[in-house]
Design a protein. Structure first.
Length: 302
């Protein structure tokens, strides 16, 4: 099947490679000409612009957009809307907010176009193991793209599915990432407690390896944790600063809007925000208040 791919960051480039390996014809474009050249060397057809991608595709056209959420996705989808024709499809494989996706889907539908939102998980391992795909959009448009999804997924039958109308794919991926936040936080806290128990001199990598087989918390996330601990149990080369890409925030906001208690996911988001507080003003204030009401000692800054 023929497909346009817009955005050749690490995941977009890996997805292009997997599709080429599956026998699909891929036309690629990225603002980075070197990325386009590299993809061309791997078998893709390079394009010089979005318009060039559209011109090189057969009708009905399908174009996968793999650029950062927010303004880059908005601008790309809007430009494509002016280039495509009735019956063509734009696939947003990034982590867009589902409300933006629903709005864009309505905008494209008014022009006779389809917007398919493909929430995509798998990270840097997707090239070898396949991607988990949560797909939203018109049923007929999704069905036509099934060969693409079957190639990107771990297998033709597993790891992907059409979950509902436009926006539902990104909504499902948002919740997936919210759950991921909670799982990661619980695992990090558990290993922190193990490390703190210095009297036992525990080998954290050994424990992770034990848990990987037969335990109820065995998972791919634990596999990756074991690999990190194998390299460096003290993690001294890593700064205690945890970023977030937005989905956790959106999940917490949605939980509040729907009156659904989500304390674990919410705490995991707050923990990430706290990791970035280099000033620590709130903690300083807590210490000052304890000193004021109870005369408790204050540890001075060095």
């Amino acid at each position: 099947m023929q497909l346009g791919m817009i955005g050749l960051g690490r995941m977009g480039a890996n997805m292009t490679t997997r599709l080429l390996q599956g026998g699909h014809e891929i036309v690629v474009y990225d603002r980075n000409a070197e990325a386009v050249e590299l993809a061309s060397q791997g078998g893709a057809t390079g394009a010089e612009s979005l318009a060039d991608v559209v011109d090189r595709l057969e009708t009905p056209k399908a174009i996968w957009v793999m650029v950062p959420s927010g303004a880059p996705t908005e601008e790309t989808v809007e430009e494509l809307a002016g280039l495509l024709s009735t019956g063509d499809t734009v696939i947003d494989g990034g982590n867009s907010n589902y409300k933006d996706t629903m709005r864009r889907g309505q905008r494209l539908a008014e022009s006779g176009l389809h917007l398919v939102d493909a929430g995509t998980s798998g990270g840097i391992w997707g090239l070898q193991q396949g991607y988990s795909l949560m797909i939203g959009g018109d049923a007929d448009a999704v069905r036509r793209l099934n060969p693409i999804f079957e190639t990107l997924a771990p297998s033709a039958e597993l790891g992907w599915g059409h979950v509902g109308p436009s926006g539902s794919g990104h909504f499902t991926k948002m919740l997936h990432n919210g759950i991921e936040y909670g799982m990661m936080q619980a695992m990090a806290e558990g290993f922190a407690i193990l490390k703190k128990k210095t009297e036992f001199n525990l080998d954290l990598h050994q424990i992770a390896e034990i848990w990987r087989h037969g335990s109820v918390i065995r998972s791919w996330l634990l596999d990756l944790t074991a690999e990190a601990l194998k390299q460096d149990q003290d993690l001294e080369a890593i700064a205690p600063f945890v970023s977030d890409s937005g989905e956790g925030r959106w999940t917490v906001a949605e939980a509040i809007e729907l009156d659904v208690p989500a304390p674990v996911i919410t705490h995991s988001l707050i923990a990430r925000l706290r990791s970035r507080d280099e000033v620590g003003y709130a903690d300083r204030m807590l210490s000052a208040m304890r000193n004021q009401f109870g005369g408790h000692a204050i540890k001075k800054s060095e």
